[in-house]
Design a protein around this ligand. Structure first.
Ligand code: FES
Length: 203
């Protein structure tokens, strides 16, 4: 767990403990004083809990955590985008199967400096919408009466994924693998934008 991403992980760890399941619980933050629930977590989870502070010798070594996983172990990560992306990348590189990696983004989508407007063409109708900075593709399409499916609106559930028929997506989700990003055939329309002036989406 990273930062405030600790919240859902506490319930998960408590459930594992109550069920007598083996688990190791890593909690990382910038520095000890800003890490919530530290004392209560120590009391509840004892030696299963490992606290990591970026500003001292306990800083999280993701590679070591992933190397310590047993062959059947599942990896759950919740926190900011950087932590999820780094964990996924190291786990994938270490050969951990995708179905053993679970993640939840605990972060709001951020507008990035330099974001500009782009167009989205809805392939089924030929309608073209302009997506301004600060609004998502979903925001604009819904307002325009297009029926789109979505859930988290943070880029971590994959429900809003669409096929890209032309154009170049600017991926900002945490769902896709590096290979899927590079292929550019699909995108999460709740957070991702465009590197090309227009995207044609299979909607
Ligand atoms: S709605 Fe969850 S990834 Fe887009």
């Amino acid at each position: 767990a990273g930062g405030i991403g600790i919240t859902p992980m506490i319930s998960m760890a408590a459930t594992l403990k109550a069920a007598g399941q083996d688990f190791t619980f890593h909690y990382t933050g910038r520095s000890a004083p800003v890490m919530a629930y530290r004392d209560a977590l120590r009391e509840s989870f004892g030696e299963a809990l490992h606290l990591h502070c970026d500003d001292d010798a306990t800083a999280l070594d993701l590679g070591a955590v992933i190397d310590s996983l047993g062959p059947q172990a599942h990896l759950y990560v919740c926190g900011p985008k950087g932590l999820i992306e780094a964990t996924k990348a190291k786990a994938e590189a270490a050969g951990v199967a995708a179905e053993r990696i679970h993640f939840e983004l605990f972060d709001a989508p951020q507008e990035q400096e330099g974001d500009s407007a782009f167009e989205v063409e809805v392939a089924s109708s030929g309608e073209v919408f302009t997506i301004p900075p600060g609004q998502s593709i979903i925001d604009v399409l819904e307002a325009g009466g297009v029926d789109v499916m979505y859930d988290c609106q943070r880029g971590d559930c994959g429900i809003c994924q669409c096929d890209v028929l032309s154009g170049t997506p600017d991926h900002r989700d945490v769902v896709l693998s590096e290979a899927e990003r590079a292929a550019g055939n699909v995108m999460q329309i709740c957070v991702s934008r465009a590197k090309s002036p227009r995207l044609v989406l299979d909607i």
